[in-house]
Design a protein around this ligand. Structure first.
Ligand code: ATP
Ligand code: MG
Length: 229
């Protein structure tokens, strides 16, 4: 709906309660990111981080408060424009029954095989390219992929999709430390000019962030720069 999305994100006083629950998972949360800013949302397991991300991509809408991108409230965005504006590496990367090619094209339709292969190389998935290459069948009846490979497929998709806003939900969970550092470096290099919301429950990658919000039981309890916290 806007030709160029800058990537300002404003989360204003939102509360969210899951259907059937009597306790809000998010309680009057406000967070804002200026275009290009890198923000870490840190908090222990179950505090509501992924729920906040789901609200940003409109899986659900908050019962209270507003979220806007470039000053336009999410309900006013066309679904397709919102998809173009936001890239998500979700906590659970979804790999469907299909070829490796099909699993990647989801992120950027009509990408050449050369670019797909180059992207797989960047994320360290070149081993998948041996044998049947991009025709390798993933999922049921195909190649069983490991947790680490699944994550890298999620990262490869994010590199391909290339939107101005990047939402990372524990993007390196389950990877060894060295691989984690490599992947984080790759993502941050890719996101140099992008708005980044980096969700984590561990103290990792925070030195690369401009701002850190500490969340507990659905509220932001502290925020500031890395050194200050
Ligand atoms: P983690 O670090 O483990 O990923 P999180 O901070 O991302 O945790 P959420 O996934 O947002 O936490 O969950 C917050 C709370 O909401 C949890 O108590 C969880 O059980 C609950 N919850 C999450 N999804 C649903 C759902 N679809 N329906 C009902 N309750 C849910
Ligand atoms: Mg989560």
């Amino acid at each position: 709906h806007q030709a160029v999305v800058r990537g300002d994100v404003t989360i204003d006083n939102i509360s969210y309660t899951y259907y059937g629950s009597d306790k809000p998972v998010l309680n009057q949360v406000s967070v804002s990111l200026q275009a290009g800013q890198k923000l870490a949302l840190l908090g222990r397991t179950g505090c509501g981080k992924s729920t906040l991300l789901q609200l940003l991509t409109r899986s659900w809408d908050p019962q209270q408060g507003n979220i806007s991108i470039d000053g336009v409230a999410l309900p006013q965005w066309h679904e397709a424009s919102l998809r173009d504006a936001i890239t998500v590496v979700s906590q659970r990367v979804d790999v469907f029954n299909g070829s490796l090619r099909e699993n990647l094209l989801l992120a950027k339709p009509s990408t050449s095989d050369d670019e797909l292969a180059a992207t797989l190389q960047r994320v360290g998935l070149d081993a998948l390219l041996e044998d049947k290459a991009l025709d390798t069948w993933l999922g049921e009846g195909g190649r069983q992929i490991s947790g680490g490979e699944r994550r890298r497929i999620g990262i490869a998709r994010a590199l391909l999709h290339d939107a101005p806003i990047l939402l990372l939900d524990e993007p390196t969970e389950g990877l060894d430390r060295r691989t984690e550092q490599q992947i984080l470096r790759l993502l941050m290099e890719h996101a140099k000019d992008k708005t980044v919301l980096f969700i984590t429950h561990r103290l990792v990658g925070l030195d690369q962030m401009d701002h850190i919000c500490l969340m507990d039981e659905g509220s932001i309890i502290e925020e500031g720069k890395h050194q200050a916290l």
